[in-house]
Design a protein around this ligand. Structure first.
Ligand code: GLN
Length: 474
C-alpha cells in the first residue's frame, strides 16, 4: 500500500474507493506487528479499530463521515480514552481504566478518527529518551541503537515507522518536538491554553500541552484546529472560540530572530550548526531578514524548568496513593503502608527523583531560595521572549542540540539528560507556540529538527512561516 503523508490524500482515495478504512487499519496493524521490536505500542486495539473502520466505511458511502474519517491515530499513554487503559507508562497505574475521554480524544473521535492503540513514553512524561518507561525503551527506526527521544517516543516512532497515520503527544518541556526532531516528523506544541488538558494525566500543569505529531504540516494544522477551542473542563483555556487554520501560505518577506547561543553554544553538534547555518543563508538569499540576539538566560532555562516542573509534579503525583487509582501494594496492611509501599513499588527511579526534588524546593525552608526564585526567573524569561518577538515574526533555533543519541549515553547522568531540553523548554516556560520541522538529516541519515517559536495564539502565522521554511529547504 502507498504511504499516506496527508489526510487530504487519504480522504480523496477513500472517496474514490481506491482504499477503504478497513484496508488502512489492516495495513497499520501489519506494520505494528512487523515492527513490534521497536516497542512503540503498549497496547493495540486491533478488533475495535477494525470494527470502527467498517462503520466509518459505511458513513463514507452515505456521505456522512467526519473530517478525520479513515485517519488512524495513536494515543500517547497519558491521554484518557473512555473504557480503555491508560497508565503514563508507569507500574503505579497498572490495570487502571479511564472513566471518561480526554477532550482532545473526544473531539477527534467525533470527527471519525480511528484510534489504533496507546503508545509507550517516559514514565509520567518525565524524560528525553524513553528510557524511563516501566515497559522498556522505544527504539528509533532510523537507527535502532539510538533513542527516539522522549517523552513521546512511542508516538514519534509509530509515525516514523508508519504504524499509524499520525499521533498525539504531550509537551511539558519538549516531549512532542524533541522526539519529532529525532524521528523526522512535524511536532507542534500549541500556545498554553489553546488546547484543553482535560483528560491528560498531569505532569506539570502550568507547562503541559497536548499536540499533534504528523508527516505533514497540513495534517498538523487540521488536527490542531479540531482539538483547539474552549472547553469548560479546563480552567486555564483561552475563552475565545476556536480558530480556523487556512492553508499555510509562505509570506513573501519574513523576519526571524536567531539566538546567538544556538550557533555558538559548545553543546551544539557540528552537523546541527552547519544545517542551521545553511538554512539561515538560504533565507537571507531569498530576501528574508535575520536578526541575531543574545539570550543570556539560556543557562537559566533548564534549572528554572526543573525546579518548577518537579514542584508541580510532586503535587500532581500525590494523588497516586494506592487508594484511588491503579496499583495497591500487596504488602500493605494499614493506611500509611498502603501509601508508602504502593508508591515505593509503583514509581520508577526518575519519577521518585523528581517527586523528592519537587518536595524539597517547595519545603518551607527552601521555598524562597528555589521555587519562588524560579517563578521570578520564569517571568523574566516570558518577558524577554516576548520582547524579542515584538520585533520579528518568529524565533528560529534548532529543536535539539544533537541528533538522536545512543541508548545509555545520558541515562547515567541526569544533568546531561536534562540539558537535552536546552532549546525546547523556553516555549513551555514562556507559554508560546513552537513547532519542530523535519528539514535536515545528518550524513548518516539521522533526522534533525528546526524549531520556530511564535507569538502567543498566532498559530496561523507560525504555520505560514513553517511553510516558508519548508519551501526554502526544497
Ligand atoms: N525532557 C523533559 C523532561 O523530562 C520534557 C518532558 C516533557 O515535555 N514531558 O521533563
Amino acid at each position: 500500500m502507498k504511504t499516506y503523508n496527508r489526510i487530504s490524500e487519504v480522504r480523496s482515495d477513500l472517496n474514490s474507493g481506491a482504499v477503504s478504512c478497513v484496508q488502512l487499519v489492516n495495513h497499520y496493524l501489519q506494520n505494528i506487528e512487523d515492527k513490534k521490536h521497536l516497542n512503540a505500542f503498549l497496547e493495540v486495539w486491533a478488533d475495535e479499530a477494525l470494527s470502527r473502520a467498517t462503520l466509518i466505511d459505511e458513513k463514507i458511502k452515505l456521505g456522512t463521515a467526519g473530517r478525520l474519517a479513515g485517519v488512524v491515530v495513536a494515543l500517547k499513554d497519558v491521554l484518557a480514552y473512555k473504557n480503555h487503559k491508560v497508565g503514563s507508562s508507569s507500574k503505579i497505574l497498572e490495570g487502571f481504566e479511564s472513566l471518561y475521554s480526554a477532550t482532545v480524544v473526544q473531539r477527534l473521535f467525533d470527527e471519525d478518527a480511528i484510534f489504533i492503540g496507546r503508545t509507550n513514553c517516559d514514565e509520567f512524561a518525565m524524560g528525553a529518551s524513553n528510557e524511563n518507561s516501566a515497559y522498556g525503551p522505544v527504539k528509533n527506526a532510523a537507527d535502532e541503537s539510538r533513542v527516539p527521544g522522549g517523552s513521546s517516543g512511542g508516538s514519534a516512532v509509530a509515525v516514523q515507522a508508519n504504524m499509524c497515520h499520525c499521533a498525539l503527544g504531550s509537551d511539558t518541556g519538549g516531549s512532542i518536538r524533541q522526539p519529532s526532531a529525532f524521528t523526522g516528523s512535524f511536532g507542534f506544541k500549541p500556545t498554553y491554553g489553546l488546547i484543553s488538558r482535560f483528560g491528560l494525566l498531569a505532569y506539570a500543569s502550568s507547562f503541559d500541552q497536548i499536540g499533534p505529531m504528523t508527516k505533514s504540516l497540513e495534517d498538523n494544522m487540521l488536527l490542531t484546529e479540531i482539538m483547539a477551542g474552549f472547553d469548560q473542563h479546563d480552567a486555564t483555556m483561552r475563552q475565545q472560540p476556536a480558530d480556523k487554520y487556512t492553508t499555510a501560505v509562505a509570506p513573501k518577506k519574513a523576519k526571524f530572530a536567531v539566538m546567538n547561543e544556538a550557533i555558538h553554544h559548545p553543546g551544539v553538534a557540528e552537523e546541527v550548526k552547519s544545517s542551521f547555518k545553511i538554512l539561515i543563508k538560504n533565507l537571507e538569499n531569498a530576501g528574508h531578514e535575520i536578526t541575531y540576539f543574545d539570550f543570556p538566560l539560556l543557562e537559566q532555562l533548564v534549572p528554572a524548568y526543573y525546579v518548577l516542573t518537579t514542584a508541580e509534579a510532586s503535587s500532581n503525583l500525590s494523588r497516586y496513593t494506592g487508594m484511588l487509582y491503579g496499583k495497591r501494594s500487596e504488602n500493605a496492611h494499614d493506611l500509611e503502608s498502603t501509601y508508602t509501599l504502593s508508591r515505593t513499588e509503583g514509581f520508577g527511579p526518575e519519577v521518585k527523583r523528581r517527586i523528592m526534588l519537587g518536595t524539597f524546593v517547595l519545603s518551607s525552608d527552601h521555598y524562597d531560595a528555589y521555587y519562588s526564585k524560579a517563578q521570578k526567573v520564569r517571568r523574566v524569561i516570558q518577558d524577554q521572549t516576548n520582547s524579542v518577538l515584538e520585533n520579528v515574526d518568529a524565533i528560529l533555533i534548532p529543536t535539539t542540540s544533537t541528533p538522536a543519541f545512543k541508548f545509555g549515553e545520558k541515562s547515567k547522568d541526569p544533568i546531561a539528560m536534562y540539558l537535552a531540553d536546552l532549546f525546547t523548554v523556553q516555549a513551555n516556560l514562556a507559554g508560546n507556540p513552537a513547532i519542530s520541522l523535519p528539514l535536515f538529516e545528518t550524513e548518516a541519515g539521522l533526522p534533525m529538527g528546526i524549531q520556530l517559536m511564535g507569538k502567543s495564539f498566532k498559530e496561523q502565522e507560525l504555520f505560514n512561516l513553517s511553510q516558508l521554511l519548508i519551501e526554502t529547504c526544497n
